[in-house]
Write a protein that binds this ligand. Sequence first.
Ligand code: SAH
Length: 460
Amino acid sequence: MRYLPLAFDLRGRPCVIVGGGAIATRKARLLSKARARLIVVAPEVGEELKGLVRDSGGQVFQASYRAGCLDSAELVIAATSDAGVNAEVSRDAQARRLPVNVVDAPALCTFTFPSIVERGPVSIGISSGGAAPVLARGIRAQLEALLSPRLGTLAELAAGMRDAVKQALPESARRDFWEWVFSGPVAAEVEAGRTGEGQRLLEAALADPDMNAMNRGEVYLVGGGPGDPDLLTFRALRLMQRADVVLYDRLVSDQVLELVRRDAERIYVGKKKQFHSVPQDDINQRLVDLALEGKKVLRLKGGDPFIFGRGGEEIDRLADAGIPFQVVPGITAAAGCASYAGIPLTHRDFAQSVRFITGHLQQGELHLPWQELASPGQTLVFYMGLTGLDTICRQLVRHGLAESTPAALVEKGTTREQRVVVGDLASLPRLATEESIEAPALTIVGGVVSLHRKLRWFDP
Ligand code: SAH
């Protein structure tokens, strides 16, 4: 370790910034977040900087720098465009044993600013010790993605409850309690934007001597997207990292599943066409039972849970049982496959609307409003339509669409095994057989399909 990260309490402390331009202003913004008292020395000082100084209860000296400017300082920053002045400030500060930072001149600094991730009172500094600032910035971006934007709210909630927790619990129990707060339903509620509910839960747990409230299970119904793990939402990833047990089905890709917390129990509840390996009703009940055992249950589904995902039925049962749950949307197959195949679902020249349709056969039949589907100016996307592909194409033609209407199949869209087959309503069933297209596959019908040749970009 080349530099020691320290958390500096600057509240009300006089910090001198030499310089009045854009860089000085940037540093002033940072210091004023830490509520320092700003003292700015420069012949010319910008308006924003003046405002920051005023708000901090500090002072602007519109003058050239001289050593006396550092008299009251506890921390010094040199941010002028004059290398000579910057060096002088560094020398004077060091002579007075004051911590000093000179922007973009590491050799003149006794401290540097790390890349910072900020969440309310929580701050994370990343320093590469000057070796690779761009690397530090990259790490920062990763942390930004990983940490809930509401982490600060959670920390503030905790701060507000510290005394109450101290009074209610003996020291030996506090640590477990806070761990529960930050990794359990309180955190989940706050991160889902329900701070009031999080607070209520925390208070209930404190008031409940047997800690029943702490053993509360919950369910996260999460859309895992069409396959490419890069298409997960931040929230999906966080909840995947938090779960005790995961119930997943066939559509969830291995790469997505790999991102679930390592020691979470994995339960496959996939359905295979024709034989339903786990009946929906059993899944619904299983979710309830696991949550009642106090587990954090992740119900991970392909695509979006509310689009042909029966997510509604699963949480209906949870709602009946009074089990808390949250739903995280995912990128549905239509959006994922269309993007990765270069087929815009709407386009001013071809389609003013798009329909998501189930092509799932029931007792070998498809009852769909064919007349409506065959009307022009729309894109049709059939989910689960591989077995019934022949019927779909024939019915659309019978009800008025031209045989030459462009149509495509996207197999295993967004994954490294993606294949796209493009033809028209007359040829697509034959092409599907020739190419041995397998599930999961999505059928897209409409003029927009003709754009694929030009707009495709993903070539796994
Ligand atoms: N909830 C899911 C859909 C479940 S229905 C979603 O929002 O995407 C299952 C159907 O989705 C499959 O039969 C197939 O038509 C489609 N599908 C899901 N993932 C797919 C993928 N990666 N590529 C192509 N089709 C996919």
